[in-house]
Design a protein around this ligand. Sequence first.
Ligand SMILES: [Fe+2]
Length: 375
Amino acid sequence: MAEGNGARLRLNPYNDWVEREGLIVHEGLACDLLTAETKFWPRLGVNGAAVHLRGRGDFSNLFLIDIPPGKSTEPIRHLYEEVVYVVEGRGSTQIEFADGRTHSFEWQPRSMFAIPLNAKYRLHNGDGKNRAILGTVTSMPLMMKIFHNDSFIFENTHFFEDRIGKDTHYNGSGDLTMIRPGSNIWETNFVPDLGSIELHTWNERGAGSSNLMFILADSNMHAHVSQIQAGTYKKAHRHGAGRHVFTVTGKGYSLLWYEGEAEWERVDWRPGVVFPPVENQFHQHFVTSQEPSRYMAAGTSNQRYPLTEAARVNSGTDAAQGAVARSVKDGGGQIEYEDQDPRIHALWLEEMHKNGVTPQFDKYETAPKVLTAAG
Ligand SMILES: [Fe+2]
């Protein structure tokens, strides 16, 4: 909105665009994509909504795409990048490049894919009886704030030939680069099932914890998957905004707080729920299901193309630079188990009891005595 004696100041071209599109906007700390309201979105030709959560930051957003049974999205291309996660439903994606080359793949719940920049694509719901629900984290806010011009974003004919990538990146395969725990990278465009892709141990983030980072479509979008073992929880940490966390398998809860706060905010999660931890808010994830839980986090800025100098330093390949898994006592962003507020473990024990889950920290050598003794 303009203000200041009619001067056009403090504009947010992205929010103005969302209004022009006529999208429903969901706000708050978290959103359940399986129950959130959608309505017809003419640009896509299916139902949708914008999801503007408190921790989204300045560069990222989330669109909810709701494709009715048997329907398809209109062909679309755009100058923003996106990571698409399939919450519910089965279907396919067809991608067509300016030189006529095409790629297609079939998705199901827990699939993730990325569309190469400005490639034309359609999403098809292949199920004649059930809707498909997809959550897509995009860099649209960043791009619209820079260009504030709809036709430049949606009708640009530039062919980013260097973004096509290998054929194998569209058939469920990819390329693994092992660097260090927490920084092992799978490069691809399409992951058929985030619930079954092989992860690699990252005990520094929690007992039995494992992880895989992604580079998708050579974009600057971040995505990673982490697994928390049943009967355990991760260590608290904090970092920049915009990492939208989707539950892939299992269920649990997260606590969020700013340094020095006596009370937490709490998000209970299960498949369908998304929340981005707020900038510099400590957050800690706890599993309450009998089985391990996986989550996927997506936002802008990744290890290949960090958007800021701080992100470049924090994604360094030298373990000493990885601040997300280094104790706050050593200048990092993580609270070690032995340094956490004792009420956190007490609450978790109550949750274990309530859910009939046996604490499992004693299975992991890396768990400190303070947890195994109490558990
Ligand atoms: Fe985090």
